[in-house]
Write a protein that binds this ligand. Structure first.
Ligand code: AMP
Length: 402
């Protein structure tokens, strides 16, 4: 799959109806207020660019899981309100995302206007990628733009189907930034290149490790997934999280890394506890020192130091997954330390996945990361080397190499 795509900046859009698929699937509180507007802010550069260029800007998103029917709990009304505040201009909300009334509303738009369509998932046809529905969406527009990297791993009508009915499918500025950073990481990372992986499960990361390993100089593994690797090396881990059915896969990865000359760096020491509770007594033990009845809840101080040294020496760093049970403050030290080290690094740094992004935000160092991916599943699938339907559907940049 080529990642060099035509960008919104490459396409004439003045006076055109520009349909921008955004990811406004934001969290709401009980009063239906937007509690975190990060995803709305992330697409502002694309929206403001299109407005400034004199396009008629039609925005479309899903929100939650209304199950293919109209459900007022999932209206985009609160999003339209927040978007209007951020733009300093009213973003009108259409009653629906397709049909004659929406077409009429689009027909009344002037250059620079913004119209937010109602939740795409009020129609089951969106997730079914039904061609009739996709064609109805396409009828609203002259130019298609996708800025919703977070949903690019889904072949839905608004991310894939409708592109077949329009001459050009361009990447928005956010999508473009994702593709160029992740594309460079996959194709020509500056060396030494390291990945830091953590989180609960090895099973979620096997595809990613297999694809990334040949491009890396070093792979740092922390978090719950480290214990399955330690078991594969014959190291006792007490009652730490282990995926027994993935020990063989971990052993294969260790062998593959050795064959490729890639160093896999596992924890040298651990913070352990008897229970997953903030008040639980903790101890620090070296590798192999976790007693029966105790579990690893964070990487230990020597591991933190070793990981920081590896990060400092790297020229490319990609990080996904926490180093411990970071939701519990006393077990968050390893994750926070990695966040700080990644932020302080001179390397090109890429952070993806909800928990690591949260850790970087919590540490207040987000602006010092080269690229924070907005895609959870899409980020992992792209790094696994899989084709993302929403990216594959975009028009290739002329002359781009695959
Ligand atoms: P993932 O979704 O696979 O990235 O995993 C994230 C989750 O892994 C977080 O909720 C962490 O609490 C959890 N986690 C990280 N380290 C450990 C550990 N040592 N034991 C149990 N869970 C862990």
């Amino acid at each position: 799959m080529r990642l060099e795509k035509v960008s919104i900046a490459d396409v004439p859009i003045r006076g055109k109806r520009v349909f921008i698929r955004v990811d406004f699937n934001v969290p709401l509180d009980k009063q239906r207020h937007v509690t975190d507007d990060t995803r709305i802010r992330a697409s502002l550069p694309t929206i403001e660019y299109a407005m400034a260029e004199g396009a008629k800007v039609i925005l479309a998103s899903h929100l939650g899981r209304p199950g293919g029917k109209v459900d007022p709990r999932y209206t985009l009304k609160p999003v339209a309100a927040r978007l209007s505040e951020l733009l300093g201009k009213t973003a009108a909300l259409a009653d629906d995302c397709v049909g004659p009334a929406v077409e009429a509303a689009v027909g009344r738009m002037h250059q620079g206007d913004v119209l937010l369509l109602e939740n795409l998932r009020f129609h089951a046809e969106e997730e079914q990628n039904a061609p009739v529905f996709a064609r109805q969406l396409a009828q609203l527009a002259d130019v298609y733009v996708n800025d919703a990297f977070g949903t690019a791993h889904r072949a839905h009508a608004s991310t894939e189907g409708m592109t077949k009915f329009l001459p050009t499918a361009a990447a928005g500025l956010l999508m473009q930034a994702e593709l160029s950073h992740l594309g460079r990481l996959l194709a020509t990372p500056a060396h030494p290149a390291i990945a830091i992986l953590g989180g609960a499960k090895v099973s979620d990361k096997i595809g990613l490790i297999s694809n990334l390993l040949p491009k890396l100089d070093r792979l740092l593994i922390g978090g719950g997934m480290a214990y399955t690797f330690l078991v594969a090396q014959g190291v006792p881990v007490g009652k730490s999280l282990v995926e027994a059915d993935k020990v063989d896969a971990a052993r294969d990865i260790l062998a593959k890394a050795a064959a490729l000359g890639v160093m896999i760096q596992l924890p040298e020491d651990h913070v352990i506890a008897e229970r997953l509770e903030a008040r639980a007594t903790t101890r620090i033990v070296p590798r192999g020192g976790i007693p029966e009845g105790w579990m690893g809840v964070d990487i230990g101080p020597r591991t933190v130091e070793a990981f920081i040294r590896a990060i400092d020496a790297a020229r490319t760093v990609v990080w996904n997954g926490p180093m411990g049970v970071f939701e519990i403050a006393p077990f968050a030290h390893g994750t926070n330390s990695v966040a700080m080290a990644v932020a302080s690094s001179q390397a090109t740094t890429i952070v993806g996945g909800g928990d690591s992004v949260a850790a970087v935000n919590q540490a207040g160092v987000a602006e010092r990361i080269s690229h924070i991916s907005t895609g959870g599943g899409a980020f992992l699938e792209l790094l696994e080397g899989r084709e993302l339907p929403g990216v594959a559907a975009l028009t290739d940049k002329p002359g781009a190499e695959s």
